[in-house]
Design a protein. Structure first.
Length: 157
């Protein structure tokens, strides 16, 4: 029986990083969740019923962001109940936070891959998920200084 793995990230570079892990899809009963944008709607053609979307939200618009984050938190709970993953693998960012917290509370293993784009500082999602991740992976050796319990996984590109 294949393990049930949920791959989740926000759109853009985080999603690009997550999709570098697509060779793993063959090994697991997988599902992908990301934000719905014009640039990634074509993923539905390729992944059919293996992909779902959350509402796109950005911290650049702080007037609507809290509401979108709250909505996405409830939608994440719905997706979690629907797919009940054994593992949640994420490359971040805010889109993944609620799902990982829900998953940790309900018994999933959390694998967080800190973004390649940030070399020297902690990310907001990294700060949130570092204490709860079962495996916290960094892509830069320098990051081990700020996340001492992290695994140096090297670049995923």
């Amino acid at each position: 029986m294949k393990r049930n793995v949920l791959f989740i990230s926000s759109t853009g570079g985080h999603l690009d990083e997550l999709m570098q892990l697509s060779p793993l899809f063959k090994k697991y009963d997988y599902h992908i969740i990301t934000e719905k944008t014009k640039s990634n709607l074509k993923l539905k053609d390729k992944y059919k019923d293996k992909i779902d979307y959350l509402v796109y939200g950005t911290k650049k618009n702080m007037l609507t962001y809290p509401f979108k984050l709250l909505y996405n938190s409830f939608k994440s709970l719905y997706f979690y109940i629907k797919f009940h993953p054994d593992y949640i693998i994420t490359t971040g960012t805010h889109t993944a936070g609620p799902m990982c917290c829900i998953g940790k509370i309900l018994g999933s293993k959390i694998i967080y891959i800190e973004t390649f784009a940030n070399i020297t500082t902690k990310t907001s999602t990294g700060k949130l998920l570092y204490p709860i991740a079962d495996h916290f992976i960094v892509q830069w050796k320098k990051k081990k200084k700020i996340y001492p319990k992290a695994i140096d996984g090297g670049w995923i590109y």
